[in-house]
Design a protein around this ligand. Sequence first.
Ligand code: SAM
Length: 538
Amino acid sequence: MTDFVKLLLNAHFFYPDRLSGKEHSVFTGVAIIHCSSKDNQLETEVTDFYEETKVKFSDLSEELLWEYIHSGEPMDKAGGYGIQALGGMLVEYVHGDFLNVVGFPLNHFCKKLAELYYPPSKHNVQHKKYDSIPSVDTFENLSDGENNSSNFTEHKGASKLDSSGMCSSGTIYNSENRTSSVRTGFMVPLENQNGVSESAPKLPSKILELMDGFRASKALFVASKLKIFDHLKHRGPLKAVDIANEVGTSVCGTERLLDACAALGLLEKTPQGYSNTDSANAYLTSDGEYSLHGYIIHSNDHLWPLFTYLESAVKEGSRQNHRAFGKKAEDLFKDYYHSEEVKQRFMAAMHSIAHLTARDVATAFDLSRFKSACDLGGCTGALAHELVQIYPNLKVTVFDLPEVIANTSYFQPSGQHMAPVTFVSGDFFKDNLPEADLYILSRVLHDWPDEKIHVLLSRISAVCKPGSALLVAEIVLDEKKTHPPRAVLQSLSMTEGKQRSGSEYKQLLEKYGFTNMEIKITGNLLDAVLCFKKNLSP
Ligand code: SAM
């Protein structure tokens, strides 16, 4: 007789900013499967239960939330916080089992085991008979774990063996007005009406999520393009008909789009109407402090058409601008800068990501030893402005193509007294580079083929004095070059340049005399690499 007990846990993401000042419930669903063999027949008994713990967050200031985000702790946590660590400081009170919030309701679990085995209770136990013993793998789905936020089945509360035979379980973070989401997970053999065992197919959650991903992206893009989030900013809940009238769209189509945004967690829907979530206010409105609106519009108007021709790009190994836009210039930027409208759109896209990443890039290393910096291809100056704020003694020059420099005024920060940033126009492949003791290449190297990189790095190396440094801001791939997926997917539309791993950056930069390389994985959308120009041999 062999016994084993298998536990299944899943998790769902919510975010501390939406939980601020509110009480929410954390549910964990647990299924215990007791397996035994008798006369070469597998017998299983499934017992399931759930545990609910109520957690109240204090009113959280934006600064505290950013501090917490920048600590990196929320990134791999179900619910977006770790109560057992820094996240504990967000919490006003906990009602119920603390360990349930950490991840597992140990007390309830032990009681359940005692109930089952001393003596075993038959209450709430389901018996299944099998013709043969399924492999242990049948019950393995722990890889579909915490980090996965996909949801295909909505339940409230405990795990259940549902009518389709799919067993669901999971830790569920359920705040006010929210339905908890639970993913179904593994294959459970069932008996059909004739008593014959058959297996319900395992639901390939990840694949289904990817299949639907384009719909979700497009819904976000269209809502952003129609400025739905701008219309809802600072306003009470609005009905679909009012939004449709303001935006100039059909009522039925608008309602579908608003419901899709609510389903995606971008809007809140109540009987009074729709309103922005805090994330929508911060990131999706066009004037939000960390607005991604520019990048979303670029994704819709530029990347989406390009990705339509991904198959041709893979077959031919080249950029597909001619297919997507009817023309292809000799380099990527000439494609962007051929019209004022496309250029503005591209600059707004670069600005939104640069603004969001600037602080992490600027503080990845202590740059206070440098007196002057030159951000080559620095575009709107978003990183430059962050640098002068953090290092008041640093003079920063942004060097970019003339058509970009002519348009930077729109993006300059206003209001507070800002240390000045100097803008210089030129072509970094041809023109003299401004003098500096720190050169910066942010999101530049990945754009170009090796021969162009050779020209650029040779030129920087030639003007860089020994002891001066080069700061590269890029997504640094892991050594297998499959992580982070965002970078790998970006590569699909970058057939001329490429993303690199840490060792590839080291090898590349050393070739041009840059040594003592350090890498900082920031947890943000860009990582940072710092290296120093080698001293000449004595
Ligand atoms: N560094 C900015 C950032 O991280 O957001 C912008 C990155 S964007 C991908 C590349 C920048 O390089 C653009 O601003 C582009 O105009 C600039 N660039 C491209 N070719 C250039 C050249 N030949 N000389 C100077 N700048 C160039």
